[in-house]
Design a protein around this ligand. Sequence first.
Ligand SMILES: Cc1cc2nc3c(=O)[nH]c(=O)nc-3n(C[C@H](O)[C@H](O)[C@H](O)COP(=O)(O)OP(=O)(O)OC[C@H]3O[C@@H](n4cnc5c(N)ncnc54)[C@H](O)[C@@H]3O)c2cc1C
Length: 434
Amino acid sequence: MPSFESWGRYPKAKQELKQLFWSQDFPLHDDLHSFQLPAGMGRSYGDVCLNDGNTLLLTRGLNRLVAFDPNTGVLCCESGVTLAEILDFALPHGWFLPVTPGTKFVTVGGAIANDVHGKNHHVAGTFGRYVRRFGLARSDGTRLECSPNRNSEWYSATIGGLGLTGLIDWAEIQLKPAVSRMICCQAVQFHGLEEFVALSEEKGGCEYTVAWIDSVRTNGKAVRGVFMCGDHDRTPEPRKAMSKFKLAVPIDLPGFVLNRASVGLFNTLYFHKQVKKQAAKVIDYEPFFYPLDSVLHWNRVYGKHGLLQFQCVIPSSDGLSAMREILDVVQKSGLASFLSVLKVFGNLPSPGMMSFPMPGITLTLDFPIRPPKSFSLVDQLGEMTLAAGGRIYPAKDARMTPVQFRSFYPNHLDFTRYVDPRFSSSFWRRVNGE
Ligand SMILES: Cc1cc2nc3c(=O)[nH]c(=O)nc-3n(C[C@H](O)[C@H](O)[C@H](O)COP(=O)(O)OP(=O)(O)OC[C@H]3O[C@@H](n4cnc5c(N)ncnc54)[C@H](O)[C@@H]3O)c2cc1C
């Protein structure tokens, strides 16, 4: 029986899968007893794209580009089109994604429903800001066209609406001009969160900024990391696609492969890969934006039990001391986060009433699942985020409690009015204590 997993492969869910190929395939007429949920590429890590005991509507078959204006960069497509497909089509015409997450293997529907952010959040905000309009199909057969001026309350509820307001069947997106596929980037080593924040300010004029940190080695010492920033190269060049050859992790590796010693060694090698404190180069956009996409199924490295991701944002006011405490707790836990990323979010508002980003510092961590230690650590980080007035990203979450959810997302009551009565998800039932 075909199955559907989220990228973290936790929790496991048993659900009926229904493939949609045409927008008219929805609503379903033979499924009146279970709750439904649209799902794209399953690149969310936790259970926001799962619907245990119910039905998943697989949208990848809604994969047609509908219209494109090469003069304005406005693209209309079905919701199962991936960001990779948009780039393949639009870059040769001189257009790029306005916002992209760290993988291009996500659908337009998924990018809207989680209102994803990227390395340019400080200057561009979230993906939802570039969605001019979309179609929303409800289980009662209603079809709504939503935009900032039309059905605007549905527009706001559906951007960052976690797939619960109905099926997005098409969307119109504003792309941005790019004359080259190359990115001029710099990497700067830093020691300490203060240095990270200073670099974020100093390089804030760069369109893309992000930092990798070594979360294993804090041990009383200042956290070390590499701050990366970049801008699109403005020199036009023949837009040749890179080779599509990809490595793949063929099997689940044993869980012990990623341990504190191996991650610590990797971090030391990575930190010293760059011999100088500062380095600059021009690289293709793929390794710059999507370093992990070059290894297919890289999530198998975490073993068959999967991984827990954790992404929080801590508001700017008290960001540094709370972040320092969080990193200290991670370091003392003895668990190693393989990929640890810091970024300063900007203050451009999102149109979505339930969107995750807010001004502050965001931290992303991941841990192989080793019960009970990995669960209790992530739970503790959730409580620390709550105490610091921050919030956790549902797309990367498998542990948020109902109390935390209500505090992180103060618009949740208003949002509930827009949830389709035939829709639900494993995440939604969990954070509502069901
Ligand atoms: C390597 C990696 C890096 C990532 N980096 C980032 C990052 O930098 N920033 C960031 O924000 N996220 C990031 N993510 C998370 C990812 O971008 C989001 O989880 C994204 O929403 C996944 O899209 P998807 O198509 O896989 O959707 P799924 O994961 O399948 O679903 C996500 C949500 O969208 C809903 N949905 C899907 N299609 C529709 C539709 N047609 N109509 C209505 N609802 C729908 C689902 O119900 C679900 O709630 C990353 C993920 C990975 C694996």
